[in-house]
Design a protein around this ligand. Structure first.
Ligand code: MN
Length: 377
């Protein structure tokens, strides 16, 4: 038995950080992602699709998203189970409510109650347990105290939007114990986008399918879960994302002029792009002459690059700014003042050694990597 486990797609997200046109394009890209999810289920010849909540970002959706979702669900060759989450609760006036009343196909199973429900899917001898959020909150665990029927040769699965990370959560505080006691063959969870690992291999969050912001770093995808009698579930993450958020740090301490700063930044951008990163947040650190740096950053920002978006955050310390360090009341300033006589010594060799000591010392104070001899020379 093969299952595609997904959730937390948050279709129709607002993308507030983007302008209206870009936000529209991002929502269109999300619909493309949903197409890939269902294409994947078909390709993998899955027997069941489980959507563990937050398929949509809110209870109402755009007409485009509604039409596509209904089409993909209608055409799905295998049964689909949907557990509404805190973002897309089953509630009056919402998409699910209307969909359930009007055109829910027979092979689509939608949880509608905040109490534990069960769908029996005879063709695959499977009982899927779950519940629906009816609003943004669900303060009790619908699983606590639940008693399940005997398995008698049926697969018992859970499809749920739940917060296993906190017993006092207001978004379905289900516990690992609740799930283990119910003896599910697999628990398909949604809600935590960067999921922790559980001791039981039968409990998994699907994670995000494609990063939407710097809170969702790296590639995203769905889980393909294969269940075999008497064995642990075999779980494979299928990458479906076409964009990827990444965060990096670049130490510019070794850079002495515009060219070397520019080269270091360009190299980092190229490396990130070659690893599939499309949206990069780059923290610039180290001790750099502020005048040279701001000039170079202006140029870098104007230049074309292969990324969809680039955010550079300047956390460098203006080391060449002696005025700054002279007045700096931290240990950095004290260190500078100690070295100062040597930094202005009449012997160039002494000055060079003092400057080197300053760079190494400041790195050590900040807990950064000490530059090598070649870096400094
Ligand atoms: Mn959620």
């Amino acid at each position: 038995m093969k299952i595609l486990h997904t959730g937390d797609l948050h279709l129709d997200s607002a993308f507030c950080a983007e302008d209206a046109q870009k936000a529209d394009a991002r929502r269109e890209a999300q619909r493309e992602l949903l197409r890939r999810v269902f294409a994947c289920a078909k390709e993998e010849a899955c027997d069941l699709v489980m959507i563990a909540g937050d398929l949509f970002d809110s209870r109402t959706v755009t007409p485009e998203t509604a039409a596509l979702t209904e089409k993909l669900l209608r055409e799905s060759p295998c049964p689909v189970v949907i557990a509404p989450g805190n973002h897309d609760p089953y509630a009056e006036g919402g998409f699910y409510h209307t969909y359930q009343k009007n055109n829910l196909p027979e092979h689509v199973y939608l949880f509608t109650s905040s109490e534990l429900q069960c769908f029996e899917i005879e063709a695959i001898k499977t009982r899927v347990f779950g519940y629906a959020f009816g609003s943004s909150f669900l303060t009790e665990s619908p699983l606590s105290g639940a008693s399940l029927p005997e398995k008698e040769g049926w697969w018992h699965l859970l499809c749920a939007h739940a917060d296993l990370t906190s017993p006092i959560s207001r978004t379905a505080p289900v516990t690992e114990g609740d799930i283990l006691r119910a003896d599910f063959d697999y628990a398909a969870l949604g809600h935590i986008h960067n999921p922790p690992a559980f001791s039981s291999e039968k409990i998994r969050y699907c994670g995000f399918a494609e990063g939407r912001s710097f809170d969702e770093l790296g590639e995203g995808g769905v889980l393909i879960v294969t269940l075999e009698e008497g064995k642990s579930p075999c779980i494979e993450r299928k990458i479906l994302s076409q964009t990827c958020y990444g965060v990096e740090e670049l130490d510019l301490s070794a850079c002495v002029d515009e060219q070397s700063i520019d080269a270091a930044i360009q190299k980092t951008l190229q490396n990130a792009a070659s690893r599939g990163v499309t949206d990069l947040r780059l923290y610039l650190v180290g001790d750099v002459d502020p005048d040279i740096l701001s000039f170079t950053l202006d140029k870098t920002n104007q230049r074309e690059n292969s990324l969809r978006s680039l955010e550079m955050i300047n956390l460098t310390i203006p080391v060449a700014d002696g005025e700054f360090l002279k007045k700096d009341m931290t240990i950095r300033g004290a260190f500078y003042r100690e070295l100062y006589p040597k930094l202005i010594d009449e012997d160039p060799a002494v000055r060079r050694r003092a400057a080197k000591a300053l760079r190494i010392g400041l790195c050590a104070i900040d807990g950064r990597t000490i530059p090598t001899e070649e870096d400094i020379e």
